[in-house]
Design a binder for this molecule. Sequence first.
Ligand code: ADP
Length: 260
Amino acid sequence: YGEVTFQENVYKETQELAEALNRLLERLKVLDESRQEFVSNVSHELKTPLASMKVLADSLLTQEEVPNELYREFMQDITNEIERENVIITDLLSLVKLDRTTPDLNIMAVNVNSLLELILKRLKPIAADKNVEVVLESFRPVTAELDEVKITLAFTNLVENAIKYNHENGWVHVSLNADHKYFYVKVADSGIGIPEEDQQHVFERFYRVDKSHSREMGGTGLGLAIARNAVILHRGSIKVHSNPGEGTTFTVRIPLNYVV
Ligand code: ADP
């Protein structure tokens, strides 16, 4: 009788083990697919400016005599495409650095009020171009343990988007608050908004609601993925709320003290 129970137990355990292995394999498959998709997206994004450059260079080379003005115009277009390639590669490198399972974080006490002021100051020129008013409302002084470079990247991307996807004469409202455990940054804008069905996807790498509009704005589709990774590395959270046609609010919550 005991023998049968023993065999039954071994059988059950083997079966459980097999199921666990299967789940692991499924998980690995999903990871591998997402890695393949990433590589294919990267290749596509990098090839687009290259293709434009090739067309421009070819058309210069096949003409017998190129008028000086046309030559300069094409060269300017080529330079713009090189600049675009540069932006994509810079974003990719930022993302890869933030994607590591053990990223090298450089944590120190950071004055968040000054950090946000500096970010807004740097973005003033692009806001002025669209006559977008950017205001910062600090409800209290906040010092937090952060990797300054990485968190700057996150907030810069959020405010930059709030300006980029805004209307002429719109506004961006950045606010900073804190309780005993966390600080909260809200970036609200009067812009075009994000349709309900896209809101859950905007943090994905290369996801854009409107690809041509994003590209026109110099976007790579990586800004929010970078922001999200940077926030998560600080054990924080990021959420989006939007009413299409009215505007969007991103809310970030980060612990004041970094926990390893
Ligand atoms: P991009 O480089 O295209 O700006 P992001 O990752 O920063 O890429 O953003 C992903 C997409 O989310 C954008 O292409 C845009 O469609 C949408 N988006 C991001 N921020 C905003 C915003 N503040 N208002 C409206 N749409 C936004």
